[in-house]
Design a protein around this ligand. Sequence first.
Ligand code: T1G
Length: 711
Amino acid sequence: MSAFALERRGGVAIVSFDTPNEPVNKISKAVGWELEELLGRLILDEPVKAIVLRSGKRDTFIAGADIEEFVQLRSVEEAVRLSRDGQLLMQKFADSPKPIVVAIHGACLGGGLELALACQYRVASDHPKTQLGLPETQLGLLPGAGGSNRLPRLIGLRAALDIILAGKSERAKKALKIGLVDEVVPEAILLETAIAAAERLARGWRAPRPGRGVAGVLLDHNPIGRTVVFRKAEATVLQKTGGHYPAPLRALEVIRTSLDRGMKRGLEAEAQAFGELAMTDVSRRLVEIFFATTALKKDDGVPSGSGRPRVVRRLAVIGSGFMGAGIAGTAVLNADVEVRMKDADLARVGKGLKAATDILRARMRRRRLTTYEFTRKSALLSGTGDFSGFAGAEIAIEAVFEELSVKRQVMAELEAAVPTDMVLATNTSTIPIHDIAVGARHPERILGMHFFSPVEKMPLLEVIPTSMTSADAIVTAVQFGRAMGKTVIVVGDAPGFWVNRILSPYLNEAGFLLEEGVPIEVIDKAMTDWGFPVGPIALLDEVGLDVGEKAGKVMHQAFGDRLAPSKVIAVMRGDDRLGRKNGRGFYFYKDGHKTGPDGSIFQLLGVRPAGEVDVARVQERLIYAMLNESAMAMSEGVVRQPRDGDIGAIFGIGFPPFRGGPLRTLDAFGAAETVAKLERLEAAHGHRFRVAPVLEEMARTGGRWYPADGR
Ligand code: T1G
């Protein structure tokens, strides 16, 4: 069945792209051939004077080339061929003797935008779902169907680099401003506007192109200015990626070749670079992450059909502190639900409401929220000093002090105040949910929702059911977490759940290294060099040394001496150091910004800072502490499959995406090699490095966490 339907309006042929049985339009090889054949027919069809290309899908235009086809590529040559074919298809659109107008509503990404760039005129709807972008670098690739060559020519070098290097999308209004689209109209008149433009173009009218501006002439359109731009862009890429991601650097090379040596050479360079990048392990890991996160969007954590979700229209939040306000603001921002916040006294409620509103205000300042949306969403927030207004909520989330007795009391008060079918969620970072649910009259509706701080920025949510939680409650919490914009993993009700479980030995090891006098910046740089966004010491300051101390105690109590924390945090707490939150931690802070390591902690610890440090050994101890714990937690069923463990680590603690997560890293290292390394570490540093039994088993049997073909 064809992906394209044809309708005629006078001299305008309207082509509707609607891949049958697919939720989104993708440009696969087959679709590309069909599109090329259709275009050829329309060009020869004398009555047709112009063409409009639109999507038949409700909220997506074209999601790009078919990523499924990349994972089947087996050689650079094959991948180069795929890119060349894409370029040739787009060139036919660019060379069309009849004007082609694209009517864009919804996601217009990757090859979809490259197709739009090859057309003569672009009209977009002003709907929030209309996003235009080239996300290829997020897959370890670069725009390989002409986009790396066409975009800089259309919108200028600097604007093009912004879009291609970060792989980000722009909403229609911004796209209009930078010249990526020619018109932005409400969806209701999108098609008519595109048809009118097609008719004008057929009569010889040409769209006015925005001026280049002084900066454009000085920087984008002259070789010396371009050198300055490329040098700055390369430095920024290296600073952001630590050199671990080749795609943005290759994109810079290709764009430079294209602008300095012409489009023909530029397209050759684009196809070659695409081909080489498609064969890199980095791209394979990033494509795996794409498919894993997409699969998680459909995984409610219970056997399909076994849970009936409640549609959440109102959220109740107990505790209006940092986390409670973050949860409230994020729920209003992304899930667009009413939120009622409660705290012991109205002054705290007022502070919480302000903090939640500030999350909306920050988005408005960055033009990711209109003033109207800000006002409307702010009105969804309300506060109370009692339980008034809670009865109308479908779900309540408590985010009170991380203390078992306090959480138990809140749950008891909640149960007494709200209907028995309301889902009651507790935001706790380590305390087992079944301990909090002790004594509950309806434990079937109680579960954990562990958000990460800051809530509005961190993408992961752990949903933690107890053995008594109902499937309805689980599905309701998972789908609401997703509506809040989170990637949700359902994890087992064991201390630390998944993320804090694998983080615990890693942070402990960082403390032991400090006790040996290894400088703070050496430890943190060792791990940022390995690919983490921040090092373990900086992470402790961010999370808060009080939180770290509490979590450390819970994990030590639960897992015994193997997870006994170093004495460092206790010493820091003794010196009233909380980290960023009180401006005194392992680092100095000025105006809320980290300024540098505070070496005075070594006097507190009574150790001399070490001179020479073997950084590779520092990396080994920290990495293997986390990998070993990951294997152990996996074997205990803390997460249901390696995919969830890897996504949880990447989205929860910034585990380097180019490595694919701790389980993919264990597969890359190999079980036998990992066991040997851990045995050496145990001999040197004690039983905390004792090999997880599952790894010994895998070393014997050659076992892996993922099938050898990588999927
Ligand atoms: N290829 C293959 N499958 C895709 C796909 C794609 N480009 N986009 C989506 N899908 C599948 C997805 O796996 C899921 O499958 C279903 O569609 C619904 O997706 C040559 C080389 C468009 C914003 O990176 O960002 O073009 O699980 O649940 O929430 O230069 O999908 O149902 O079987 O995410 O409404 C660049 C990726 C490709 C965009 C829609 N394009 N897609 O979100 O639906 S590389 C992308 C998305 C490229 C060229 C280069 C999102 C979406 P299943 P979904 P959604």
